[in-house]
Design a protein around this ligand. Structure first.
Ligand code: ATP
Ligand code: MG
Length: 298
């Protein structure tokens, strides 16, 4: 079982079918080159010395293509910790907030306060909220703020957009920390629309997957974690192209396909994924889902 990691091999040898299926369905992190690159960039920004114009980053990708999984992975490596000493101090190098669905600065501040486990006082004036946030950020020695789903707050009227962009600028200038915005392509367009922000943000993209070396590397890494006794040779050209075509190039779909195929491979006793298994899983590609929806609506 050279195709498996030591841990997966042990699991294959010592687990029941149910245990293998349960492991298969568990959320896993499969490394891939672009994620490593973005993760290295985030690490670099976290350690960046304080300068007047802190560099910021915008991570753009289509829906279901691994943005949130990536920042969660980074956050896990950078959890808050206690610096022991005369006074034990809580240090939180990174904070992750979900942008509120409403493009409104007050809800945004509330989200940040919630993340910091600070009291959220509904009637509090936004300026006071902001002052509390700034003081908490300094106290916790926060180096990076990651704002996921940034396109929500940038999707409002031009006036609301402007207010929010000013909040980002203010946070960046006042706190001298790097801001990481994460979202779909719309976010890129809005940030580009403000020249002051555009030149403070570098953009990194999570492209749709293509049949290239990165994709093959992802499949190799994935296969090593599938609890299947026999090698599937997922990188074999026709299997790799098939998975890619079924998935529409989105990592969330690749993940779903491999879980379903792995499960069928286990239940069928074949213990590997091949063309036949892929043809027989209960899976509808995103493109076909859209077609079905259109057909049913029209
Ligand atoms: N590196 C990875 N290894 C394994 N699974 C992954 C990986 N990256 C993403 N996934 C899976 O793909 C799915 C979609 O990922 P994610 O939620 O990060 O997408 P997203 O880009 O944030 O989408 P949205 O814009 O809709 O929020 C999730 O189920 C996630 O577990
Ligand atoms: Mg997401």
């Amino acid at each position: 079982m050279k195709h498996l990691t030591a841990k997966t091999k042990e699991l294959v040898l010592n687990s029941t079918l149910e245990e293998k299926i349960s492991y298969l369905r568990k959320q896993k992190w499969i490394p891939y080159p672009q994620a490593d690159k973005i993760m290295a960039k985030l690490e670099d920004l976290k350690n960046y010395p304080t300068v007047d114009r802190m560099p910021n980053l915008l991570i753009v990708g289509e829906t279901n293509n691994g943005k949130t999984a990536l920042i969660n992975k980074f956050y896990k490596k950078n959890n808050p910790y206690i610096r022991e000493g005369e006074y034990d101090i809580v240090v939180a190098p990174v904070i992750v907030v979900q942008a509120p669905a409403e493009p409104d600065e007050k809800s945004f501040y509330n989200k940040i306060l919630e993340m910091l486990n600070a009291p959220v006082i509904k009637s509090e004036n936004p300026d006071f909220k902001l002052r509390r946030i700034i003081s908490l950020f300094k106290k916790l020695e926060i180096k990076l703020i990651i704002i996921d789903e940034i396109h929500h707050v940038l999707a409002g009227s031009p006036l609301k957009q402007r207010v929010f962009l000013n909040v980002l600028k203010y946070l960046s200038n006042e706190l001298k920390i790097s801001i990481i915005c994460v979202g779909i392509r719309d976010a890129f367009n809005v940030i580009q629309s403000d020249s002051q922000l555009a030149n403070r943000f570098e953009t990194m993209i999570l492209e749709r997957w293509k049949n290239n070396q990165s994709f093959l590397q992802l499949l190799i890494n994935y296969e090593a974690l599938l609890p299947l006794e026999n090698p599937s040779y997922l990188t074999e050209n026709s299997i790799a192209s098939k998975i890619l075509a079924m998935s529409d190039g989105l990592i969330g779909e690749i993940n779903t396909i491999l879980i379903k195929a792995g499960e069928l491979a286990l239940k069928s006793g074949l213990n590997k994924i091949d063309h036949k298994i892929l043809d027989n899983i209960d899976y509808v590609s995103p493109e076909d889902r859209k077609k079905i929806l259109r057909r049913n609506i029209l």
